[in-house]
Design a protein around this ligand. Structure first.
Ligand code: 13P
Length: 248
């Protein structure tokens, strides 16, 4: 059985002092969670987040990672930098990166490979726009994104990584996919992985849902057979709300 994984994507929110307050409040609330719990703060909060969560069950993730080991890439952060401070996860290919910062399927693939090589677990984001859903393109778009993201990554590494299905129209809008819609598309992702790598790899891989997931709708989504967790934006910025989500 797959262990559920719930991660908070703080996006560009919370200064170091605010991060410290939230994590300090979250630690006791997350102590007996039945799922893996991860927080993904902005880069400047990461070292502090790792220190604060040391010895707890909370993991720490970055929100991006560069593919090159080092060099002239102003504004970027390498896998070895993240590894050295103790970061365990990296969100890769979030739709906000794809939409505003020129992220492509090819760069997502390169970043995922760099993370895996460093022993950092990628959380690879995929998802369709509203126009694509309304045009009945969801399946083609999402499975195309999955194939491109995993290109050249061996089965063993695929089994250990995390994919987040985040329909763009559900992000920050308060409009969640229905339980059935989310489960269906997560099922499509798993079928795509099965096609590429075989059923055992597809059955091991954890796939999250993300998009306006909150204390109210988490239970229904987590009851779905294919959904193994959540990638939480807004509701992860309150320790009390995030705690309710992780204790769904
Ligand atoms: P919201 O939960 O704020 O909709 O954000 C979802 C998301 O993009 C997580 O990565």
């Amino acid at each position: 059985m797959r262990k559920p994984i719930i991660a908070g994507n703080w996006k560009m929110n919370l200064t170091p002092s605010e991060a410290k307050a939230l994590i300090t409040e979250l630690i006791p609330l997350a102590a007996n969670a039945a799922c893996d719990v991860v927080v993904c703060p902005p880069f400047v909060d990461l070292a502090l987040a790792v220190e604060l969560t040391r010895g707890t069950s909370i993991g720490v993730g970055a929100q991006n990672i560069h593919w090159a080991p080092k060099g002239a890439f102003t504004g970027e952060i390498s896998a070895s930098m993240l590894k050295e401070i103790g970061v365990g996860y990296a969100i890769i290919g979030h739709s906000e990166r794809r939409q505003y910062f020129g992220e492509t399927d090819a760069t997502v693939n390169s970043r995922a490979k760099a993370a895996i090589e460093a022993g950092i677990t990628p959380i690879i984001c995929v998802g369709e726009s509203l126009a694509q859903r309304e045009g009945n393109e969801t399946e083609a778009i999402v499975s195309g994104q999955v194939k491109a993201a995993l290109e050249g990554i061996p089965a063993q590494a695929v089994a250990a990584l995390v994919i987040a299905y985040e329909p763009i129209w559900a992000i920050g809008t308060g409009k969640t996919a229905t339980d059935e819609q989310a489960n269906e598309t997560v099922g499509t992702i798993r079928a795509t992985v099965a096609q590429l790598y075989g059923q055992a790899t597809a059955d091991a891989l954890r796939i999250q849902y993300g998009g306006s997931m909150n204390p109210k709708n988490v239970k229904g989504l987590m009851a779905q057979s294919e959904i193994d967790g959540g990638l939480i934006g807004g509701a992860s910025l309150s320790a009390a709300d995030f705690a309710q989500v992780i204790h769904y």
